[in-house]
Design a protein. Sequence first.
Length: 209
Amino acid sequence: MASARPEDLARLTGRIAACRLCVEEPQGAPLPHEPNPILRVSQTARLCIAGQAAGTLAHASSKPFNDPSGVRLRDWMGITPEQFYDEDRLAIVPMGFCFPGLDARGSDLPPRRECAPHWRDRVFAAMPQIELLLVIGQYAQAWHLDALRGKSLTETVGNWRQILAATDRPKVLPLPHPSWRNNGWIKHNPWFTDELLPVLRAEVARLMA
């Protein structure tokens, strides 16, 4: 729950770094490894990526989007790795700060349920300067879009113009996850590449200038 007054961002990130909710007060099975909260925040970034949760490579390196999905996301945004990891210009706040582990098929589990309700509003209250939020995947879209979210990923991302127009400070732009698993979706929805990505790149260039 958000505080009555925004917390100091440095103190807040220190509390997040020490968080053990998913081990000591879990909702369901506890996190199967030591917590390693991964996020990037600052008081100057005007652009923020709201993703899902750290993957195996991010967990090992403590670096978000340190995998092929990150390569594709940076290509979508039209920026270099150096720009992407410049937290003075770009914040990264996933729905779950820690890698949630793998399911029986070797796929990432959903973001931990303890994380967002406890921390998310507090983090964004401490960063009122954020102007544009890129919401990636169903969990971030469900949290940040609420009634603006469609019945499917295609409907949600397809309504990106209306969502941009309906949101303010920060404006919200929905994106599919840049995973290779969405190659088919991208191929069958050419409007994403032809119409949405040019707007995304222009906004990223403007906010990171």
